[in-house]
Design a protein. Structure first.
Length: 116
């Protein structure tokens, strides 16, 4: 039978992880307070963050930023998307509006500028 925990991310009782996802205080905190369902949301979020900020995961500062974002994603008052991020459906609406007005499309290499 799965270990049940109260998931602080999804705010309900759900099956927990089988073991801490990685060593250390944050890994233990995730194990104790985050459900498997919520933890399974992290890979997509981390990919979004890595791509948005063009993070090089060999860089210790990039790993630190991603770890801070992970903590905010799971335990922050609200899980914020990276600064400048626009949902795909809103981006598509902007492209369609730009096409009607003769503007340029952000598809194919354009998009939000990156802060480094």
């Amino acid at each position: 039978m799965a270990r049940m925990i109260y998931c602080v991310k999804l705010e309900r009782e759900l099956p927990g992880l089988d073991k801490p996802p990685f060593p250390g205080e944050l890994g233990q905190r995730i194990y104790e307070h985050i459900s498997k369902q919520a933890y399974d949301m992290w890979p997509a979020q981390s990919t979004l963050i890595i791509n948005h900020y063009s993070l090089n995961m060999a860089d210790p500062d990039a790993r630190k930023l991603l770890r801070e974002q992970m903590e905010e994603f799971f335990f922050g008052s609200d899980a914020k998307m990276p600064e400048g991020w626009v949902p795909e459906d809103e981006e598509d609406a902007g492209v369609a509006a730009g096409a009607k007005g003769g503007g340029q499309s952000s598809k194919g290499g354009g998009g939000a500028s990156r802060k480094k």
